[in-house]
Design a protein around this ligand. Sequence first.
Ligand code: 5AD
Ligand code: SF4
Length: 436
Amino acid sequence: MNFAESERLQKLLIKSGWENTDDINKADVVIAIGCSIRQKAENRVLSFLKSNKHLKKNGVVLGLLGCTANLYGEKILKQLPFLDIVCGPNHLASIPDILTGCTGKEIIIRTGENNNPFVQYIPSKNDVTMDVPITKGCNNFCSYCVVPLARGKLKSRKREDILREVKCAVEKGIKSVTLLGQNVNEYGKDLTDGYDFADLVREIAEIDGLLRIGFLTSHPEDTGEKILQTMAECPKVFKHLHIPLQSGSNKILKAMNRKYTVEKFLKVVEMARNMMPEISITSDIMVGFPGETEQDFRKTCEIVEKTRFNELFIFKYSPRPMTKAYGMKDDTPKEEKERRHKIILDMQRKISNEILSSFTGKTCQVLAEKISVKNPLQIIGKNIQGIPVAFQCNKNILGKIVKVKIINHREGILCGSICEEDLLLQGLQYQEKTQK
Ligand code: 5AD
Ligand code: SF4
């Protein structure tokens, strides 16, 4: 979400006449979007700003934006008294105006709720994919999570605005959208017309010229038959579900206020796999939540082993101020959190490798999304399960769906070669490129 917002803000600033620079010493304005999900992320943004406070002497405007700004508001000035701007994620659209009015003599603080917290998308040339925030905030209050405090109450974006934005972007060349929300399944719950997330996905799928639709993140409690059916029936929708489990122990899930049981989670996974046997399922796991015993941890390991996720994001519990869990004793030592983290990581690496290896020799339909940053002779795309695929081809393939035969995999990416007869059918040309 922060990434999507910073991209939108960057484009908005460029439209307002600002220029981007990679050299901080040439900048007139330095703004950092801060994440507060874990202490480590927060430390990173605070130390970035502290290490650049000397720029202020040269008249540079310094700003802290995003979740960290909203969470602490003006209190952050005790640590960062040199800031000119403190602006939460619900007010990013006013940054161009704030910068125009910023004299450097007074501190501008914009935090809290906003009726229209969404920043409009401005397409750039050659963009194939686009992230589309559809909700802001979250009402779930999982006991460890700072998001409801940092981003505020759930706010669904108007469907007309979403559809208009996607249609307009598709006209400019966008082929794939990822709908973003802390819990996408809650889309529409704050509106009154009964229109829900599955309805939105179906309506977006009707847009001509759009080839792929993905979404993040699904909450196990709210992922039901309707959205799974929609995924199964719409060929454009990625067969991928990111559905955080957090823990394999019901005792810990209850303490986390996650509102589902392990059994319910497994049922959702089973239903998804029955409807879409090829579905890729990824998840988040947290180790070392207050009260997590070795036995609770073992239960998580069992579910990881049994479920065989395509990929897992594993986190060590980090106490966050103002959350319910902050009042609980952080009773797992750092080394023990590291040990548990490593056990699950090793277990998952093996599973992910096995799943990726099973693609070898198979052919995938891949939407060619971008040129690889690491190797400009390579194109990176995604197959229908949302798994990244790298292959060699020239850039006239970008935005097209092509057949790629998988040869192997590296660092979570499938590597393959493009099927030439498919290119000929599409009237495209493949030029062998050689590395100089
Ligand atoms: N400590 C560690 N991990 C956290 N997450 C959220 N809050 C915390 C925290 N306080 C993890 C959850 C969530 C992912 C985005 O970040 O696993 O799903
Ligand atoms: Fe945080 Fe829970 Fe909301 Fe996810 S659903 S953003 S973990 S409070």
